[in-house]
Design a protein around this ligand. Structure first.
Ligand code: DQQ
Length: 455
């Protein structure tokens, strides 16, 4: 699987569609997979929602898009390939099966006179009685863009103009997967950059006269694995984002595993008072908390060892609240997936001197083929601010949330079965760990499916 698509809450249930190749764990013959959840945490698989139609505008694949509620009619807007063209499908049976619009594609091609790089991926919303659509694109030699269209009926569209245009930086010549929505008193535009293919970028700014003026821009996640993110607005008014967490292992390893690609945890977005994008894991995830281990008031020094005893695992939620006094540690961190002899280990680091959050995968795996390296991003703490480090470890996936504003998603592939250990460290001084909470995490699958998956 790859991108999340068509995220929508329908009759109270959360529906997630996603890019999917039923033929194997590699990208190709793209269909829309479908899963449903009542609580954002436990998911059930549903039958494939969209398949390419031989001879149709989506004969080579049903690429990314969105879902809207057209006065009670669930409607998907997706990209048929090749060439890349917007297509529409509707459902009469509560999103289970989909009928493609006979007049597909609904836009004949990119606007005339514009030399574009790509014309795919869709974000659709309503203003009064008019629908608006963004199509991800790029203007050759200028920069990534999201092209704005409008329509009264979702099938006849007229071009307005680019919602905004990025810079010509090589990494983001084309914007994939645009998502645009209000966030508090600003608007937020999420896009994923091509040919870079590494990050989902976030622009926050003002929207007036159908033009978006970004005021800030940044990464949604400092890792290299949170891509093609898409959001939904739920009936509690929460803006929830998921990203596709890509692989960091070879195509052969993915084939051998029999699967590839995973969806991130649901994250709630907010606009913080400092103007930054806030991101926190959905509170519903607490339903997965199982056996609990708690340590309080741990004075961690550079010579402390074995602070967490024999607590270990590869499906854990870890929450640490740490205080750095004056002259305290310059670097503090958590080691996960450690082999008993330390041959394999992954470091999650808060570097107080530099003001950054990092993951060091240099020793994550004995397998020379998997990706390694250090990923990092800025995290400055106020003088009296504690570090609140929340880490979700789910076998090869690490999702880190620090102080509700810095996220880092990573993939690790320890080769040793005994790489399950945890440890804490401080360098250049001590840290007071007010609390360290560790929960063993439950599965998101209903038990029968889980059993099947494990077979
Ligand atoms: N994935 C889809 C495209 C999109 C890309 C194809 C982003 O629609 O641009 O699977 O990962």
């Amino acid at each position: 699987m790859n991108d999340p698509n068509g995220l929508i809450q329908w009759q109270g249930r959360y529906h997630m569609f996603y890019q999917h190749n039923p033929a194997g764990p590699l990208w190709g013959t793209i269909h829309w997979g479908h899963a449903v959840s009542d609580d954002l945490v436990h998911w059930n698989d549903l039958p494939i929602a969209l398949s390419p139609t031989p001879g149709g505008p989506d004969k080579d694949g049903c690429w990314s898009g969105c879902a809207v509620d057209d006065d009670g009619i669930p409607t998907l807007i997706y990209t048929g390939v090749f060439p890349e063209r917007p297509c529409v499908a509707t459902s009469r049976d509560n999103l289970l099966t989909w009928e493609k619009y006979a007049g597909n594609p609904v836009i004949a091609g990119p606007p005339e006179g514009l030399d574009v790089l790509g014309f795919r991926d869709h974000c659709v919303w309503r203003e009064g009685d008019t629908w608006y659509q963004l199509v991800g694109s790029g203007i050759r030699g200028v920069g990534g863009t999201a092209l704005l269209y409008r329509s009264r009926d979702l099938v006849r569209w007229s071009y307005v103009h680019p919602l905004c245009v990025g810079d010509s930086e090589g990494a983001r010549q084309m914007w994939e997967c645009p998502d645009f929505f209000p966030l508090d008193d600003r608007y937020c535009l999420l896009v994923s950059g091509q040919p870079e293919f590494l990050h989902t970028y976030c622009f926050l700014g003002a929207y007036a006269d159908h033009t978006f003026t970004p005021e800030t821009q940044g990464l949604t996640d400092f890792g290299l694995y949170f891509y093609a993110a898409q959001t939904l607005l739920d009936d509690l008014g929460r803006r929830i984002v998921w990203g596709w967490i890509k692989e960091g292992r070879s195509g052969e390893a993915q084939q051998a595993a029999g699967w590839a690609g995973v969806m991130s945890l649901p994250r709630l977005l907010s606009l913080r008072s400092d103007g930054l994008l806030g991101m926190t894991p959905a509170p519903e995830l607490e339903a997965l908390r199982g056996r609990h281990h708690r340590f309080t008031n741990v004075h961690l020094t550079p010579t402390s060892s074995d602070v967490l005893g024999d607590v270990k695992g590869d499906c854990l939620e870890i929450l640490i609240v740490a205080e750095f006094g004056p002259g305290g540690a310059g670097r503090f961190g958590l080691k996960v997936r450690c082999s008993p002899d330390g041959e394999e280990q992954t470091l999650i680091i808060y570097d107080r001197e530099v003001g950054c959050l990092a993951v060091d995968r240099e020793r994550s795996s004995l397998d020379p083929e998997v990706s390694r390296g250090v990923q990092e991003g800025p995290l400055e703490l106020d003088d009296d601010e504690c570090l609140r480090l929340r880490v979700f470890l789910d076998r090869s996936v690490i999702e880190i949330f620090a102080n509700d504003r810095a996220c880092l998603t990573d993939r690790i592939y320890p080769a040793r079965a005994d790489s399950l250990g945890l440890d804490l460290f401080s360098h250049g001084g001590s840290v007071m760990l007010n609390t360290v909470d560790i929960w063993e995490m439950g599965a998101i699958w209903p038990s029968s499916d889980r059993a099947k998956e494990e077979r």
